[in-house]
Unconditional design. Sequence first.
Length: 72
Amino acid sequence: MIFQRGQIWWYEFKFLGKRIRESTHSKNEDIARRAERAKRRLLEKGANNVKDAKRPITFSSAAKQWMETNPH
């Protein structure tokens, strides 16, 4: 749920039985909705121990790094 205090938007929701209420520091309602979704996503990832996937290194990059660290 988002609501306005003066001109600034805030969000409030419950996560794992705890109330989360924070300011979005924004006067734009759309940005406030995005901030709420981002905060929920961050909490859910942390609670479920989800880590961001890392892209694999390309062969050319790996070869270049190896050549720089191992003298000929």
